[in-house]
Design a binder for this molecule. Structure first.
Ligand code: NI
Length: 182
Protein backbone atom coordinates (compact mmCIF):
# COMPACT_ATOMS: atom_id res chain seq x y z
CA UNK A 1 0.00 0.00 0.00
CA UNK A 2 1.24 3.47 -0.81
CA UNK A 3 0.92 6.53 1.34
CA UNK A 4 -1.76 8.88 0.06
CA UNK A 5 -0.50 12.27 -1.15
CA UNK A 6 -1.22 14.90 1.47
CA UNK A 7 -2.34 18.49 1.13
CA UNK A 8 -0.48 21.23 2.96
CA UNK A 9 -1.47 24.67 4.18
CA UNK A 10 -2.13 27.05 1.35
CA UNK A 11 -4.28 24.44 -0.36
CA UNK A 12 -7.81 25.91 -0.35
CA UNK A 13 -9.39 22.50 0.40
CA UNK A 14 -8.14 22.86 3.98
CA UNK A 15 -10.26 26.00 4.41
CA UNK A 16 -13.50 24.64 2.98
CA UNK A 17 -16.32 22.80 4.71
CA UNK A 18 -16.30 19.19 3.54
CA UNK A 19 -19.38 17.45 2.17
CA UNK A 20 -21.26 14.84 4.16
CA UNK A 21 -20.56 11.23 3.30
CA UNK A 22 -23.67 9.87 1.60
CA UNK A 23 -25.35 7.04 3.55
CA UNK A 24 -25.20 5.04 0.28
CA UNK A 25 -21.47 4.72 0.84
CA UNK A 26 -21.76 3.16 4.31
CA UNK A 27 -20.45 -0.38 4.19
CA UNK A 28 -19.16 0.04 0.63
CA UNK A 29 -15.92 -1.37 -0.63
CA UNK A 30 -14.74 2.06 -1.87
CA UNK A 31 -15.25 3.65 1.55
CA UNK A 32 -13.55 0.73 3.31
CA UNK A 33 -10.59 1.00 0.94
CA UNK A 34 -10.25 4.76 1.44
CA UNK A 35 -10.34 4.33 5.23
CA UNK A 36 -7.71 1.58 5.06
CA UNK A 37 -5.42 3.87 3.05
CA UNK A 38 -6.03 6.75 5.45
CA UNK A 39 -5.06 4.64 8.49
CA UNK A 40 -1.99 3.38 6.63
CA UNK A 41 -0.95 6.91 5.68
CA UNK A 42 -1.58 8.31 9.16
CA UNK A 43 0.52 5.59 10.80
CA UNK A 44 3.36 5.94 8.33
CA UNK A 45 3.65 9.66 8.95
CA UNK A 46 3.22 9.30 12.70
CA UNK A 47 -0.08 11.13 13.17
CA UNK A 48 -2.90 10.52 15.65
CA UNK A 49 -5.58 11.76 13.27
CA UNK A 50 -6.09 12.36 9.57
CA UNK A 51 -9.06 14.09 7.95
CA UNK A 52 -10.11 13.49 4.35
CA UNK A 53 -9.43 17.11 3.23
CA UNK A 54 -5.82 16.47 4.22
CA UNK A 55 -5.58 13.90 1.45
CA UNK A 56 -7.48 16.08 -1.01
CA UNK A 57 -10.95 14.60 -0.47
CA UNK A 58 -13.65 17.10 0.58
CA UNK A 59 -15.53 14.55 2.70
CA UNK A 60 -16.71 14.56 6.33
CA UNK A 61 -14.46 11.65 7.18
CA UNK A 62 -11.54 11.34 9.58
CA UNK A 63 -9.56 8.53 11.13
CA UNK A 64 -8.13 8.69 14.65
CA UNK A 65 -5.84 6.37 16.58
CA UNK A 66 -4.06 7.33 19.78
CA UNK A 67 -1.20 5.38 21.27
CA UNK A 68 0.80 6.11 24.35
CA UNK A 69 4.33 7.21 23.42
CA UNK A 70 7.36 8.54 25.27
CA UNK A 71 6.29 12.03 24.19
CA UNK A 72 2.73 11.47 25.45
CA UNK A 73 3.10 8.93 28.24
CA UNK A 74 -0.01 10.16 30.08
CA UNK A 75 -2.60 9.97 27.30
CA UNK A 76 -5.47 7.54 27.28
CA UNK A 77 -5.08 5.44 24.12
CA UNK A 78 -7.86 5.22 21.56
CA UNK A 79 -8.34 2.20 19.29
CA UNK A 80 -8.61 2.92 15.55
CA UNK A 81 -11.76 5.03 15.17
CA UNK A 82 -13.54 6.12 11.98
CA UNK A 83 -15.43 9.38 12.33
CA UNK A 84 -18.00 10.20 9.65
CA UNK A 85 -20.40 13.18 9.49
CA UNK A 86 -19.60 14.19 13.08
CA UNK A 87 -21.41 16.74 15.14
CA UNK A 88 -20.25 18.15 18.46
CA UNK A 89 -23.35 18.13 20.68
CA UNK A 90 -22.02 19.76 23.82
CA UNK A 91 -18.78 21.36 24.92
CA UNK A 92 -17.43 22.14 28.37
CA UNK A 93 -17.00 25.77 29.26
CA UNK A 94 -13.55 24.93 30.53
CA UNK A 95 -10.79 24.93 27.94
CA UNK A 96 -7.23 23.75 28.15
CA UNK A 97 -4.27 25.12 26.27
CA UNK A 98 -1.91 22.50 24.93
CA UNK A 99 0.52 21.83 22.09
CA UNK A 100 -0.78 20.69 18.73
CA UNK A 101 0.72 19.85 15.42
CA UNK A 102 -0.87 18.94 12.13
CA UNK A 103 0.27 16.81 9.21
CA UNK A 104 -0.78 19.67 6.90
CA UNK A 105 1.57 22.08 8.72
CA UNK A 106 4.89 20.27 8.63
CA UNK A 107 7.51 21.00 11.26
CA UNK A 108 5.57 23.40 13.48
CA UNK A 109 3.66 23.26 16.75
CA UNK A 110 1.47 25.74 18.57
CA UNK A 111 -0.56 26.18 21.74
CA UNK A 112 -4.28 25.73 21.08
CA UNK A 113 -7.16 26.12 23.54
CA UNK A 114 -9.69 23.29 23.32
CA UNK A 115 -12.76 22.31 25.28
CA UNK A 116 -11.83 19.97 28.11
CA UNK A 117 -14.84 17.72 27.50
CA UNK A 118 -17.07 17.25 24.50
CA UNK A 119 -19.97 15.03 23.57
CA UNK A 120 -19.82 14.11 19.92
CA UNK A 121 -22.09 12.19 17.59
CA UNK A 122 -20.65 10.47 14.54
CA UNK A 123 -21.12 7.47 12.28
CA UNK A 124 -18.66 4.68 11.59
CA UNK A 125 -17.95 3.07 8.22
CA UNK A 126 -20.88 0.69 8.53
CA UNK A 127 -23.29 3.55 9.28
CA UNK A 128 -23.61 2.82 12.97
CA UNK A 129 -24.25 5.94 15.03
CA UNK A 130 -22.05 6.62 18.06
CA UNK A 131 -22.50 9.22 20.78
CA UNK A 132 -19.49 9.51 23.06
CA UNK A 133 -18.20 11.77 25.80
CA UNK A 134 -14.53 12.53 25.44
CA UNK A 135 -11.99 14.35 27.53
CA UNK A 136 -8.33 15.20 27.62
CA UNK A 137 -6.21 14.38 24.58
CA UNK A 138 -9.00 12.36 22.96
CA UNK A 139 -11.32 15.39 23.11
CA UNK A 140 -8.51 17.54 21.70
CA UNK A 141 -7.85 15.25 18.74
CA UNK A 142 -11.56 14.97 17.91
CA UNK A 143 -11.90 18.77 18.00
CA UNK A 144 -8.85 19.16 15.76
CA UNK A 145 -10.12 16.62 13.19
CA UNK A 146 -13.72 17.88 13.24
CA UNK A 147 -12.34 21.38 12.66
CA UNK A 148 -10.63 20.05 9.52
CA UNK A 149 -14.01 18.83 8.24
CA UNK A 150 -15.37 22.34 8.72
CA UNK A 151 -12.45 24.06 7.00
CA UNK A 152 -10.76 25.27 10.19
CA UNK A 153 -7.08 24.65 10.85
CA UNK A 154 -5.46 24.75 14.28
CA UNK A 155 -3.45 27.91 13.74
CA UNK A 156 -6.79 29.74 13.39
CA UNK A 157 -7.66 28.57 16.92
CA UNK A 158 -4.41 29.78 18.45
CA UNK A 159 -4.85 32.68 20.85
CA UNK A 160 -1.26 33.80 20.78
CA UNK A 161 0.76 33.30 17.61
CA UNK A 162 3.93 33.83 19.63
CA UNK A 163 3.68 30.20 20.71
CA UNK A 164 4.10 29.01 17.10
CA UNK A 165 7.35 27.08 17.16
CA UNK A 166 9.34 24.79 14.89
CA UNK A 167 9.72 21.14 15.84
CA UNK A 168 13.43 21.67 16.41
CA UNK A 169 12.88 24.55 18.83
CA UNK A 170 9.97 22.66 20.41
CA UNK A 171 12.16 19.64 21.11
CA UNK A 172 14.90 21.80 22.63
CA UNK A 173 12.78 24.26 24.59
CA UNK A 174 9.54 22.52 25.49
CA UNK A 175 9.96 18.78 25.26
CA UNK A 176 13.53 18.80 26.56
CA UNK A 177 12.48 20.77 29.62
CA UNK A 178 9.43 18.62 30.22
CA UNK A 179 11.41 15.41 30.15
CA UNK A 180 14.20 16.80 32.31
CA UNK A 181 11.82 17.99 35.00
CA UNK A 182 10.64 14.43 35.69
NI1 NI B 1 -4.54 18.46 11.39
Amino acid sequence: MKRLPRTQFGNPILRKKAKKVSPNLFGSRSLRQLIKEMFFTMRRVGGVGLAAPQIGKPLQLAVIEIKTTSIRPEVVPLAPTVVINPEILTTSKERLNDWEGCLSFPNVRGLVPRHKHIIVKYFDQSGKRHIVRLEGFQARVFQHEIDHLNGTVYISRMQDMRSLITIREFKQRILGKGLKSK
